[in-house]
Design a binder for this molecule. Structure first.
Ligand code: ATP
Length: 233
């Protein structure tokens, strides 16, 4: 579903991402685990088509993201770590607005928006302005917005940050349901517990390079020092 080859990002003299190769198949819940500054956000932003790579290639559902950004982006939903949200829209209007960016409207969108708002306990707030939402409610609305147009791939930067335990559990279930239906989810985290509880496979990224790659048990074997090496990341 996503294929990355020799992906590089330089900021001036500094190389934040140093030639990443990766294939994430359809239906997989894939995580990037790494410490602060490892290059997770930079990699996800390139995969989402909002940051231009210095070199390398990215294909989304067979579409070349560099050559056909609009075609590739139509297959993607992206939730950044610091998302933008329109304060002067209501929750329902915001979801409608996001669906409209992907040329989707009508009953299907209304139905999906209702379902998502109910799932995250925002039903009673659907007609309230976003400016009156708490931080956690905004976070839940933003997550809902990535699902409303049913993209083939969802890319999420640090999905669990800012969510209360109930919302985190709902999000995990939503991720699972979504991947079982054949969609693909790629997310980043700096927390081993989040990676362990969520992903099918993951890549450990340190200083812009993938140090290990596979299922959690593959990784424990690959990393020197076994379990201790993984937890120390
Ligand atoms: P975090 O969990 O802290 O967000 P991360 O793994 O997502 O970390 P990135 O945000 O991708 O890491 O940053 C990777 C490296 O690139 C860091 O050293 C960061 O300081 C640097 N970097 C990121 N954006 C820029 C930029 N616009 N200009 C210069 N350097 C940058």
């Amino acid at each position: 579903m996503i294929e990355i080859s020799k992906l590089v990002k330089r900021y001036g003299d500094f190389t934040a991402v140093k030639g990443i190769d990766l294939v994430v198949p359809r239906g997989e819940l894939f995580g990037f685990l790494g410490p602060n500054g490892a290059g997770k956000t930079t990699t996800l932003r390139m995969m989402a088509g909002i940051l231009k790579p210095t070199s390398g290639s990215i294909r989304v559902a067979g579409v070349d993201l560099i050559a056909d950004p609009a075609g590739a982006k139509s297959k993607l939903g992206f939730i950044p770590d610091r998302p933008f949200i329109y304060e002067k829209l209501t929750g329902a209007e915001f979801l409608r607005f996001v669906a409209g960016l992907y040329d989707q409207k009508g009953d299907d969108v209304e139905h999906r928006a209702r379902e998502l708002l109910a799932l995250f306990d925002l039903e009673e707030w659907r007609d309230e302005l976003v400016e009156s939402y708490s931080h956690g409610m905004r976070q839940k609305l933003i997550i809902s917005s990535a699902f409303v147009h049913r993209p083939e791939v969802i890319i999420v930067d640090e999905p669990m940050v800012g969510l209360d335990p109930k919302a985190a559990r709902i999000l995990k279930d939503l991720f699972r349901e979504y991947t079982h239906r054949g969609h693909t989810i790629i997310f980043s985290t700096h927390t081993l517990e989040v990676a362990e509880s969520l992903c099918d496979r993951l890549a450990i990224i340190v200083h812009g390079e993938i140090k290990a790659y596979g299922t959690m048990s593959d990784l424990r074997q690959q990393l020197e020092g076994g379990e201790k090496g993984l937890e120390e990341l």
